[in-house]
Design a binder for this molecule. Structure first.
Ligand code: AGP
Length: 593
């Protein structure tokens, strides 16, 4: 999704700093980019439909300037073209923007009636024009920004340059993240913390409807009425993030391999000193809703299964994009769990804001610390999997599964339904070894990748928790290979989709639940009878073409089951020479609705 980077500094290397920041933002996914900077007291803008590397080649590296803003654009309003790329200049204002201006058509009409013309199809140019419209009235940028905030509907993180005020940047925020960091050289502004944490010592987070005037020596903060406010300065405590692929060809492979340590660390942190017993007791609630998108939704389906089957607590899982417009039935006995790697997903965040108006308690299962969702929930459990750069999530997803296991076990132990010394807890503790076993020999996953490429249709099947895991396998394959695949509950196939099965089909099925082994096997007979090839991921002794995972409890087994699927998707993407870490059209964190 779109990324923002801006700086004002002493070193006159603002262009270089912005380009470096845009490179760090690349992982979010984008289709065009641009930069604006002050050169000889004029604002210069350079944009391209290409990558940040191409942008850097278009900029004269000899230019020394202390102020610049940049943007990576993920197209929403208008195609991925150079004209639509940010920054946009209208009158005195040059602007970069993340988010969506919902009433941009009404605003555009008003501005056209006031003599404005537009070059691009974007809502951002309209935002720039509205700011200019108010600025031209009395040349007061404060008035312009407060009027802008009053009139605009939608979400925005904005950084702007005003051609009459050459030593300041202006930033405005609503429903889209924005962080202002400082260091000895000056100020860096970005749309996410990881982009500047490697360069800054301190930072300020803007709340919705807040804005700031950023100068080299002073940053002033304001509320939506234009009143100056005090903001707390926060310190970067953790080591700066590294963006190195190390010995791997792709971040995705590195992150898959890292699961040995991310899972062990997370689980051992909570099991050590019985910390997991301090987690919220899910059994206290009469209603549990879990809300998420994409892979986080798939992880939540596993959570539902654990909560219901193991802890006996009825749970519903919802797609955030549906939940936000649905009637809710929440009261003080309800818990709503928000699952998100980035903690910034627009739909999930909107649902959280909605339920904040009820008496329900909110819990976040979040990877990125200090992200918008993590700051707004009543309680947060961090998944502690470190920065995830590849757009397709792997290690953050398995950490979400581990948190659901810990929450379930915590409730069972607290309610004396399970002993602290039970074998399932020891098993969870040793998960690193099992993950390591699955990652050791990747040749079998590469063989499956060849079969996938040779097939015309790919189906994923499973029952109960296997179905939830197969949904994630299906999503991974779609995301990074662009292969059109389908995923069904195994028993549902014969109600329609089986008509698609023929000799050109490869069916990948999960079968790890003893109680349902035979049922899933029968469904596989139905597809082989129609000519399909099959591949099983199972913990039951199997012929060598299938993939065997260790037989473990329900708290560990789903985590092990998904790892072969991640690697199969990865190697298929490699065979097809896809852009593995930045698949087409996708964004790492989806900050628009
Ligand atoms: C996962 O591989 C996807 N890129 C995507 O489905 C993702 O899980 C979804 O957009 C939710 O993101 P979040 O976890 O950051 O909220």
């Amino acid at each position: 999704m779109c990324g923002i980077m801006g700086t004002i500094n002493k070193n006159n290397d603002a262009i270089q700093k912005v380009i470096e920041g845009l490179e760090r933002l690349e992982y979010r996914g984008y289709d065009s980019c641009g930069i604006a900077y002050l050169d000889n007291l004029e604002i210069e803008t350079i944009k391209t439909k290409g990558r940040v590397k191409e942008l850097s080649q278009l900029v004269d590296s000899n230019i020394k300037t202390n102020i610049a803003i940049g943007h990576t654009r993920w197209a929403t309003h208008g195609g991925a073209t150079t004209i639509n790329a940010h920054p946009h200049t209208v009158g005195s204002i040059t602007i970069v923007h993340n988010g969506i201006i919902e009433n941009y058509l009404t605003l555009k009409e008003k501005l056209i009636n006031n003599g404005y013309t537009f070059k691009s199809e974007t809502d951002t140019e309209v935002a720039g024009a509205l700011l200019d419209f108010y600025y031209q009235k009395n040349k007061d940028i404060k008035d312009a920004i407060t009027n802008f905030i009053k009139e605009v509907k939608g979400s925005y993180a904005i950084v702007l340059l005003c051609k009459d005020i050459k030593d300041k940047l202006f930033v405005i925020k609503k429903d889209s993240p924005l962080v202002i960091g400082t260091n000895q050289e000056g100020v860096l502004i970005a749309s996410d913390i990881p982009t500047i944490s490697c360069e800054c010592e301190d930072y300020y987070l803007l709340n919705d409807l807040e804005w700031a005037i950023v100068g080299l020596d002073k940053i002033s903060f304001f509320n939506n009425n234009g009143e100056e406010i005090i903001k707390e300065r926060q310190v970067f405590k953790d080591a700066a993030l590294t963006y190195s692929k190390e010995k791997y060809d792709h971040f995705m492979l590195k992150e898959i391999m890292e699961q040995v340590t991310t899972l062990s660390k997370l689980i051992n942190y909570y099991l050590e000193d019985d910390r997991y017993l301090n987690l919220i007791d899910i059994s206290k609630f009469k209603r549990i809703d879990i809300v998420a998108c994409g892979s986080a939704y798939n992880a939540s389906l596993v959570g539902k299964y654990l909560f219901e089957e193991e802890a006996g607590i009825e749970t519903e899982v919802y797609l955030a994009s549906e939940y936000r417009y649905k009637k809710n039935f929440l009261d003080k006995d309800s818990l709503v769990i928000f699952v998100s790697q980035s903690g910034e997903t627009a739909d999930t965040l909107a649902c959280l804001k909605k339920i904040k108006e009820t008496d329900a308690k909110s819990l976040g299962i979040i990877n990125v610390e200090k992200s918008s969702i993590s700051l707004l929930v009543d309680e947060v459990i961090y998944t502690k999997s470190g920065s995830e750069i590849a757009v397709a999530t792997t290690k953050a997803y398995t950490s979400q599964l581990a948190v659901f296991s810990l929450l379930t076990l915590s409730s069972l132990v607290k309610n004396r339904k399970l002993d602290k010394t039970d074998a399932v807890i020891t098993e969870l503790k040793n998960i690193g070894n099992d993950v390591q076993t699955l990652l050791k020999d990747t040749s079998k996953y590469q063989e499956v990748a060849k079969k996938i490429v040779a097939s015309k249709k790919i189906f994923f099947l499973g029952r109960s928790i296997d179905y939830a895991i197969m949904k994630e396998g299906d999503l991974k394959l779609k995301e990074i290979t662009y292969i059109s695949s389908e995923c069904y509950a195994a028993g549902e196939l014969k109600h329609g989709p089986i008509s698609l099965i023929d000799k050109d089909t490869l069916v990948i099925a999960g079968n790890t639940n003893k109680l349902l082994y035979e049922k899933t096997e029968s469904n596989l007979c139905e597809v082989t009878a129609r000519g399909a090839n099959t591949l099983l991921i199972t913990n039951k002794n199997t012929d060598s073409d299938n993939i065997l995972i260790p037989e473990k409890s329900i708290y560990v087994s789903p985590i092990l089951e998904v790892i072969p699927l991640q690697l199969i998707a990865y190697y298929t993407g490699v065979l097809l020479e896809r852009d593995i870490d930045k698949p087409r059209n996708l964004a790492k964190s989806v900050t628009v609705e």
